[in-house]
Design a protein around this ligand. Structure first.
Ligand code: IPM
Ligand code: MG
Length: 357
């Protein structure tokens, strides 16, 4: 049965990088009978310019009806002064929230060919393979009340609410433990339980869920320490589970261990593994439209889509080994370029992956 994929290129480099991932998927339609149909729509600043909203109800309905979504990136200088309620990022947050995509998987995997591209010493990062499991529909990103209010003395005060209910913590913990069971059976839960009650509860609930996975070795770590350990000795980590904001920050940090944020794919899944797939990086407006962006994170996100939602593990592996092959060939976009390699643009990189399939 044909599966429907909604492509949401978004802003900045979004259209360029998603075009390359679409190229790869189209190649698989021909070579491997991948039975999918892709339609494209607007999100973020592009949607705002067209409809005055970063995600129209119509696009939201298409997303709900699709089997999976592939998204580029949202945001840019052009929309930074808009009211926060209609900023491009709100389109992305609405998709995550209304589709209940609570489990965000961000694999920080170092392709051995890129060990020298990391700013850390190759021996510190060689062999790195971390899976960050980020809670995506709760925490301080969505907590109420929130806003900017005027105090009695006339001063303005900004406020947000950091909340997690037990059920939210329980379900993301299960995702993380299940992932750990398939990997090296080590889970680090990241919190700030020495200061924040919400994460004191997080820690307690993770320990409760841990009883169902006796084989998994669980560690708790404060987020400041985790940030430090990620650059000190990143290979101590297997699976990391954390809340929405800490996960946002730590996944950017972890991505740089892999050479470039341009390599980090992600999957955002609901209870039934329906998902949205997007690179973990942003819209990079400074290099947009110049054929300079690295499309590999988006191409690898398409691989995750094949793995988690479309049930085609063999094609996911095929894409991942094609990526490895083009790195072997010495092809590098600017973000992962090192002397002696062949510098290529976004399109050329996509074409090379297709050829390597
Ligand atoms: C990410 C991004 C988003 C986030 C932004 C664009 C809203 O940084 O996916 O990591 O903060 O979640
Ligand atoms: Mg982020």
């Amino acid at each position: 049965m044909t599966q429907h994929i909604l492509i949401l290129p978004g802003d900045g480099i979004g259209p360029e990088i998603t075009a390359e991932a679409v190229k790869v998927l189209n190649a698989l339609k021909v070579s491997d009978n991948l039975d999918i149909e892709m339609t494209e729509d607007l999100v973020g600043g592009a949607a705002y310019d067209a409809h005055g909203l970063p995600l129209s109800d119509e696009t939201m309905a298409k997303a709900q009806a699709a089997d999976a979504i592939l998204l580029g990136a949202v945001g840019g200088y052009k929309w930074e002064s808009l009211d926060i309620s209609v900023r491009p990022e709100k389109g992305l947050l609405r998709l995550r929230s209304e589709m209940k995509l609570f489990a965000n998987l961000r694999p920080a995997f170092l392709y051995p060919q890129l060990a020298d591209a990391s700013t850390l010493k190759p021996e510190v990062v060689a062999g790195l393979d971390i899976l960050i499991v980020r809670e995506l529909t709760g925490g301080i990103y969505f907590g109420q009340p929130r806003g900017i209010r005027v105090l009695e003395n006339g001063e303005r005060q900004g406020f947000n609410t950091y909340v997690y209910s037990e059920s939210e913590i329980t379900r993301i913990a299960h995702v993380a433990f299940k992932a750990a069971m398939k990997r090296n059976k080590k889970l680090t839960s990241v919190d700030k339980a020495n200061v924040l009650e919400v994460t004191e509860l997080w820690r307690e609930v993770v320990d409760t869920v841990a009883k169902e996975y006796p084989e998994v070795e669980v560690k708790h770590m404060y987020v400041d320490n985790a940030a430090m350990q990620l650059v000190l000795n990143p290979k101590q980590f297997d699976v990391m589970v954390t809340g929405n904001m800490f996960g946002d920050i730590l996944s950017d940090e972890a991505s740089m261990l892999t050479g470039s944020i341009g390599m980090l794919a992600s999957a955002s899944l609901d209870e039934n593994n329906k998902g949205m797939y997007e690179p973990s990086h942003g819209s990079a407006p400074d290099i947009a439209g110049q054929d300079l962006a690295n499309p590999l994170a988006t191409i690898l996100s398409a691989a995750m889509m094949l793995r988690y939602t479309l049930g085609r593990e063999e094609l996911a592996l095929k894409i991942e080994s094609a990526v490895s092959k083009v790195l072997d060939q010495g092809l590098r976009t600017g973000d992962i370029y090192l002397e002696g390699m062949t510098k290529v643009g976004c399109r050329e990189m996509g074409d090379a992956v297709v050829a390597a399939l």
